[in-house]
Design a binder for this molecule. Structure first.
Ligand code: GRF
Length: 209
């Protein structure tokens, strides 16, 4: 385990653009989170997030899923993560479903950000789902991962209005601003050991210092 002199080691798993990855690294650089991103693991060799990680001088590991079953891919991820002695795994636009090998090896240590107010609009294209449904409010959710898709205990949420003239792009941009605010905040709470999972609920403990 880590203590104050020994910073928490984070792995970010991402497949795409990487704006949440950057938001978290910037919060670390500002001294808001006592942790370091030890590795970015990416399943897409051409993803934009890889360039961002390299600019920050963060190790990049490309774990290709081609030809592998979900289970085999997960086991490869576990081996990679164990090599880095990771304390916390962050999914940030990771386009794979996390399976048993990861969940069993890192119980209560995998967090995701989803662009809706869960449990509404799970799965892909959550912003489009919110518009098509006619929701007046949407937002984003930071949550622990469990065996379901977007079903794990909720850590933080933030809401934004859905405007009459919103497109998927404009709503996504409004939600993304909130993602960049609450994802680093959720990571900080985890790193400070202030999150206690009690059934479906996540209790945020008072800071001890
Ligand atoms: C975000 O909207 C996040 O909520 C979802 O995937 C997107 C990733 O964006 N899980 P980025 O790669 O962090 O820019």
């Amino acid at each position: 385990m880590y203590n104050k002199s020994n910073k928490a080691k984070i792995a970010v798993l991402a497949s795409g653009r990487g704006s949440n990855f950057v938001a978290i690294q910037k919060a670390i650089d500002r001294g808001e989170i006592a942790a370091r991103i030890a590795v970015l693991i990416c399943d897409k060799p051409k993803a934009k997030v890889i360039e961002a990680a390299r600019e920050f001088g963060i190790d990049v590991s490309i774990v290709d899923s081609a030809g592998l079953s979900n289970d085999e891919f997960d086991k490869k991820l576990v081996a990679e993560l164990k090599g880095y002695a990771i304390d916390l795994i962050l999914l940030a636009g990771f386009m794979k479903i996390v399976g048993r090998p990861l969940l069993e090896n890192f119980p209560g240590k995998i967090i995701n950000i989803h662009p809706s107010l869960l449990p509404s609009f799970k799965g892909l294209n959550a912003q489009r789902q919110a518009i098509e449904y006619g929701a007046k409010i949407s937002g984003c959710t930071v949550h622990f991962i469990d065996e379901g898709v977007d079903t794990g205990p909720i850590i933080l949420q933030s809401s934004v209005p859905v405007l009459d003239n919103d497109t998927e792009e404009t709503l996504s941009a409004r939600i993304l601003e909130e993602e960049h605010r609450i994802y680093p905040e959720g990571v900080r709470l985890f790193v400070e050991k202030r999150l206690r999972i009690d059934g479906r609920r996540v209790i945020i403990e008072e800071s001890s210092c």
